[in-house]
Design a protein around this ligand. Structure first.
Ligand code: NAP
Ligand code: ZN
Length: 337
């Protein structure tokens, strides 16, 4: 029998640059599907994973979890998918399916712990990918593959908390960190009817943030501008990938306001209790989203034509692409082809 190998890009050790790497895929399970990968969004999480920032990475690591491709093989028990279909995979590749959270469509908080697409498995930075068909998403026809890929992690990660915490039209929503997640958050929040303020350390992002739908732009380093907005936000969605001054972020909330964290620097919060209690404020975390919300998000993005602003780069230049993200130069999501 001819040995089957997939060709990917792997980091062999924590922090190491990626290199071409061949590997034997796990056998196609009866519930699995195989796709020929065409597009991969480059999420900052792929870089945290390469650097083993969270101590969960297994090496050699083939990352990539905003994946779109076309079906090449189908497991014996898979229904509703045919060869050639255009499918996407995101961060979650499986869950227990029977706990209360899974039954509610919140596999992202599965009580057994969900399985991550690139945690101990090979992800999308390869010519092919095999994973469970139940966690594959059909891409709506009016979303091109390059635009759809970043929605599968960045998109769902911001959509989920925005749909949860935007309680009324005109709610005042801040988005802190205008990168891959943040620029999509502006677009989704605006489409959901919020009044949106973009908070950024990069003053050159102001014009684009307003084109994405932000009503106001605030320079995170400008004390005067920050003071003006203090105490006004119903929701602040923080997408920053590095340590920041959490008290400064918390201070932006109005009474009843929610500080929702999705960015994942390794950090600890030290928030003053009295303003939290007397202002009835809340601090929340949010992690990607379950299948029900993924489907809803893709349909919402298709109807409202919410697409990321992307830079398309050949996957052979993946290390240069990662350097661009680390240097905060990507505008606003790199898609590897
Ligand atoms: P990204 O494209 O690199 O964007 C991060 C943005 O954070 C930057 O564009 C920058 O925005 C801001 N930033 C970076 N360093 C900063 C600093 N020192 N101080 C203040 N702002 C800073 O990253 P991403 O792909 O959007 O991912 C963002 C974070 O979300 C990562 O930590 C990633 O792992 C995490 N994530 C979480 C989930 C989840 O489910 N919770 C899912 C996906 C990703 P400005 O230039 O506007 O300041
Ligand atoms: Zn991601």
């Amino acid at each position: 029998m001819v040995e089957l190998k997939f060709q990917g890009y792997a980091s062999l050790k924590p922090g190491e640059k990626l290199q071409p790497w061949e590997y034997e895929p796990a056998p196609l399970g009866s519930n699995d599907v195989e796709i020929a990968v065409t597009h991969n969004g480059l999420c900052h999480t792929d870089i945290h994973m390469r650097d083993n920032d969270w101590n969960v990475s297994k090496f050699p690591l083939v990352a990539g979890h905003e994946v779109v491709g076309n079906v090449t093989q189908i497991g014996a028990d898979v229904t509703g998918i045919k060869i050639g279909d255009r499918l996407g995979f995101g961060w979650i590749s499986n869950s227990c399916r029977v706990c209360d959270a899974c039954l509610r469509g919140e596999e992202n908080i599965c009580r057994q712990g969900y399985k991550g697409l690139i945690v101990g498995n090979h992800g999308g930075f390869a010519n092919k990918l095999r994973a469970c068909a139940d966690f594959a998403y059909k891409i709506p026809d009016n979303l091109d593959s390059a635009s759809a890929a970043p929605l599968l992690c960045a998109g769902i990660t911001v959509y989920n908390p925005l749909r949860t915490y935007i309680k009324y039209p005109g709610a005042k929503v801040g988005v802190l960190g205008i990168g891959g997640l943040g620029h999509l958050a502006i677009k989704f929040a605006e489409a959901m009817g919020a009044e949106v303020t973009a908070f950024s350390t990069s003053s050159d992002k102001e014009a684009e943030a307003k084109e994405f739908g932000a009503h106001y732009f605030c320079n995170w380093k400008n004390t005067e501008q920050i003071k003006e907005v203090s105490g006004t936000l119903d929701l602040l969605l923080c997408t920053v990938s590095s340590e920041i001054d959490w008290n400064k972020a918390f201070g932006l909330l109005a009474n009843n306001g929610v500080l929702c964290l999705v960015g994942l620097p390794v950090s600890t919060l030290n928030i003053p209790l009295l303003p939290l209690v007397f202002g009835q404020k809340a601090i929340a975390g949010s992690v990607v989203g379950g299948r029900r919300f993924m489907k809803e998000m893709l349909e919402f993005a298709a109807i409202h034509q919410i697409k990321p602003m992307i830079e398309t780069i050949p996957i052979s230049q993946i290390n240069a692409a990662m350097d661009r993200v680390v240097a905060n130069k990507a505008r606003y999501r790199i898609v590897l082809v």
